[in-house]
Ligand binder design. Sequence first.
Ligand SMILES: [Zn+2]
Length: 474
Amino acid sequence: MKIYNTISRKKEEFNTIHKGIVNMYVCGPTTYNFIHIGNARPMVVFDTFRNYLASIGYQVNYIQNYTDVDDKIINKSKEEGIGPLELAAKYIEEYRKDANSLRVKEATFHPKVSENIEEIIEFIDTLIKKGFAYEVEGDVYFDVRNYKPYGKLSGKNIDDLKSGARVEIGDKKRSPLDFALWKTAKEGEINWVSPWGNGRPGWHIECSTMSMKYTKSPTLDIHGGGQDLIFPHHENEVAQSEGYTGKPFVNYWMHNGFITVNKEKMSKSLGNFFLVREILEKFSGEVIRYFILSSHYRNPIDFNDGALVESEKSLTKLMTAYNNLEKLINDNRDNQNDILENEFTKIEEKIEKALQDDFNTALAFSFFFDGSKIVTKAIKENLYNQKGLEKAFSIFKKYLVDILAVLPFEKVEEEVLEGDDNGTFNKVMEILLDVRNMARKDKNFAYGDLIRNELTKLDIEIIDTKEGSTWKKK
Ligand SMILES: [Zn+2]
C-alpha cells in the first residue's frame, strides 16, 4: 500500500514499526460547540481508513483526543455559566451523537487533556532540562531556535516565519516563533499545580504527550488531521516530540483537504457555517459520509445543498443494487449463465488497487457504480446464479456496509412546505387539483372526493370558488 506522506511530499510504501500493528493518532475536536461539516471530514476519512487497515489484517490502535482545556472552552463556559470541564463534557457527548450519526466508531482511546496533566507536566519539565524550553514568570515556551529542523513538516523557512510573525504586546517569549507549553492561570481560571506555578497546558503539547502515552511508543506509524493543522500545530508537535525523545515522531503524516462552502472558506463571519446537526435534519449521516468519501481525501471539496442532493441520488443507486442482491440471495438459483462472479472478482481487484493507492475512495466508488449497472443487467437478462449473487453481495457488504459504511441508509423524510423545494410541491398540488376538476366535470364525484379526503388527512384544505379551486395548509 502507498500513502502520500506530507513530510516527504510523495507517495511512499506503507510499512509499520511493529508487524501487523498500526499506531495512529488523529487530532480531535476542541469541545466547546457542535461540530461543523469541516470537522466531520477528518473524522470520517480517518475512521474509514482505520476500517480499511483492519480489513487488510492490521490491529489498529487508534487514538483521538478531546481538547477539553482551551481558551475557547473557558470563554464559552463563562457565556453558558457552567464550569469549563462540565461544558467540555457536554459537548463531548454532543460530538459522540454526531459521530454516531456519521457511523464514525469510537477510537481505541479518547484521552482528554484534563486527565493527562501529570504526564504533560513531566513532558514540559524534560524539555526544559534538555534545553528545548524555558520558563518566564510562570509561562513555559518551546525554544524554536534550539530545534534546528523546525519547519521540516510544513516546508516553511524559519527566517521567513520569523519576519512574518507578530509579537503581541506583553509577550514574554524570547523569539516570535516560540510557542507556549504552559500558561499561567488568569484570575479565576481553571488551573493545576505545576513546578512553574498554577496554570494549564498550551494547546500543542497535549498531542505529543497523549500520543506517546497511549501508543507506548516514541514514534507513531500514522498521524492524521486536517491540512489546516500542518502549521503551526503539527510542526510544533514534531519539534517538542523529537526534542523530548530524540527519535522520529511520525513515520507517515496524512492530511485531509479543506471543505469550502459555495467555493468560499467556511467562517462564522461569512454566515456559511454548517453544523452537522443541522445537515442531519435534511440528510442521513450516510449521505454526508458518502459526500465526504466521494472525493479523494487530499482534494478540496465544496459543500452546498445541491452536492448533498446529488450524493443522495448516487447513494440511492448503490442502495438499489444492494437491496436487489439481498432480495435475490435466497433464490438458490441454479443457472449456467452468470456474469456476476467474474465481473465482481475483477471489480474487487480494482477497488483494492484504488484503496491501496493513497486510499482513493473516490475511485473505489466509481467501480461500484459500474458494479450496480452489472447487477441490473444480470437481473434483467437472467445472467446470474447463486455463486454470482453471493460474490456480488459479499463485495457490496464488505466495502459499502463495513469499510466505507455508507449503506444501508434511510432518506430523511422532510416535511415539504410551499416554497422550500423550488416549487415542486406547489406544482404537484396544481396537478392534483386539475385531476380533481376533470373528474368532477366527468361527474366522477367519487374520485373528486377521494382526492379531497386524502388531502384533508394531510391537513390540506381544498377551497372551491367560482374562479376554480385552490388549496391551503390548515
Ligand atoms: Zn494535535
